[in-house]
Design a protein around this ligand. Sequence first.
Ligand SMILES: [Zn+2]
Length: 443
Amino acid sequence: MIKIILKKIWKWRVALTISLAIILSIGTTFVLATSQQVEVQASVLNIRKGPGLAYDVSGQVKKGQRLTIISERNEWYQVRISDNQVGWVASWLVKNTEVSATTNQVASVISGGTPIYQSNSESAKQLTSLAAGVNVSILYRENGWYEIKYGTSVAWIKQSAVKLSSQVESDAQTENNIITTNTSNATQVVVINANNTHLRTQPNANAAVVANLSANSTLTYVKTVNQWYQVKTSSGKVGYLASWVVTLKDKGTSSSTMPKVASNLAESTIVLDPGHGGNDSGALSQTNQYEKTYTLEMAKAIAARLRSAGANVILTRSSDDYVGLSQRARISNKLNADAFISLHFDSNDSANSVSGVTTYYYNKTRDGKLARSLEGQLSALPLTNRGAEYANYEVLRENTRPSVLLELGYINNQKDFSQISSTSYRQAVANSIVNGLTAYFNN
Ligand SMILES: [Zn+2]
């Protein structure tokens, strides 16, 4: 019943506004590493007053213009545009290669027998030790530690144990890994849920208590370390709160969050989440094909289209690996994704009984616009559009960013599966998502 009512309310059609914003991103841009200059290949690129989308646009540069890099912060380059003009550009808009592979900074191990750990603590499980001169690929930096690639997984190494090289590693297979970013966002606050919540010196339950906080007090959010929030009190005291005992919110909102998002697709960071993976196969087709296989194929097709539109696209997994649900949400939160799109295929107890695509959201204020924008475009697909609905899914619930979960057809419906397993359907979905996101950023 609820399903039907919501469906009606949500059957809004968003006017398709394919703007020029897409055109500006078609060209690729690249770094001329030796001279620390970038040449703008996109037709237009926004220059901002600071290193983030929250800063105002101070100007634009055009294709062919050269910018000298002065510094880098939070994945943004500070550039000199002319003798007296300095501004910031999103590094992913000037460093993307044609294949848009993720580039990782490489560092080399300084001395032999350097341990690497499962998490960023010397008391964490030691995975192995590395010989001097071994190159590691850095994914993320946190509290004096680097998260590095370790086989198909990740590990942590002390920042002081390695020397950064000027080399970067390009590896399309690492796109699911977290790249260095800073989630520090002065517009977010942490609200205490219960009295006597401990603010600690370190992000762990054994660390000394700095203060006891009372329910409903708010602190400025600084960043997330593992599952702890680094916060600042009104008196300037810095400490850590366990994320599971507090609530992260946007400043000035009570129960809802409206994260700041990019103003166009080319400037955006999109996290695509192929459902399931590894020993979690998801639902089965009538011929026992796994859902996890098709969610990944779908994600890759969408990623390719979004990248050609200039977006910075991250996959929560890019191979047949198991990734936990909270980790998937964390990737979105850590990267300050402008949109998080989880991809799934439905299944029904009775095969062939239900058909069509459904869009799910968790927080209407935060996700509603994204859900509407995407849902409106899914009507272009050859399967019935079942509309948008609320659902309490962990990848949405634990997300702090605008997020949706798409069930792109019933895998155990023969008609749907013939679409799900076809490349033409993937292309159609990719088109709908590009159009939906374009509408989302432009409205
Ligand atoms: Zn699923």
